[in-house]
Design a protein around this ligand. Structure first.
Ligand SMILES: [Zn+2]
Length: 222
């Protein structure tokens, strides 16, 4: 084995066909962050690596990276062994799409981020649609906060008061800003604004829409 061979535990976030039998896979590794590899010959039916490089599979991999750091150029996937599939029922794919969009578009390249990896590792999409939507929303909130696109989700973004069961009380829909009851009441402008919504009155779907819009906005401005 070459000394340049590296190992990582990764989640596959994108897998596209390339030439006749190859695939280009984008992964988020526990060790090296987000990077791209070429997987040679994996579309051949006999390939052992094939199932391990499907989107949203967590796999243990080894790869070669020549001339430079991981992510600075296309590495070569050597071996991949499936650890777990995050999604088993592809009818549930719609709940994962916003997550994949966020990871593919907003996560910086080759920037090791173990918190994000741990967050992804905790995902498991079963057949309970409501639970899935909730999980997607929560993942996106945590990831956005982790990446610094939104402020804390644990305390009021204005006065820093920690949220409890009654709180967060309100959300500024345009920039996903959480506001406590107290700040809401002390800023009369909020009660007149159509951008501010009471969280308890928002359904999962509406909340999901707010997050989708915000991600698009961040992406378009990025
Ligand atoms: Zn407050």
């Amino acid at each position: 084995m070459s000394s340049r061979s590296k190992k990582d535990t990764v989640v596959i976030i994108k897998s596209i066909n390339y030439s006749e039998a190859d695939k280009i896979v984008t992964v988020i590794g526990k060790k090296y962050g987000k990077y791209t590899l070429i997987a040679k010959g994996v579309r051949k039916i006999t390939s052992r690596n094939r199932a391990s490089i499907q989107t949203l599979t967590i796999s243990d991999i080894s790869f070669f990276q020549k001339n430079g750091d991981v992510g600075s150029n296309l590495g070569l996937l050597k071996e991949a062994n499936t650890h777990r599939h995050i999604i088993t029922d592809y009818n549930q794919l719609k709940y994962v799409k916003p997550i994949l969009f966020l990871l593919n578009k907003l996560l910086p390249e080759a920037d090791s981020n173990e918190d994000i990896f741990t967050l992804i590792e905790s995902l498991k999409f079963g057949s309970d649609e409501k639970a899935n939507l909730k999980m997607t929303n929560l993942f996106i909130l945590k990831a956005l906060a982790q990446l610094g696109f939104i402020a804390s989700i644990e305390s009021c973004n204005l006065c820093d008061e920690k949220f409890d069961k009654e709180n967060p009380a309100y959300i500024d829909k345009s920039n996903v800003l959480f506001i406590c009851q107290h700040c809401y009441e002390n800023n009369p402008i909020y009660s007149k604004s159509t951008k501010i919504a009471k969280l308890s009155g928002l359904g999962l779907e509406s909340f999901s829409q707010i997050l989708d819009n915000f991600i698009q906005k961040v992406y378009n401005n990025g």
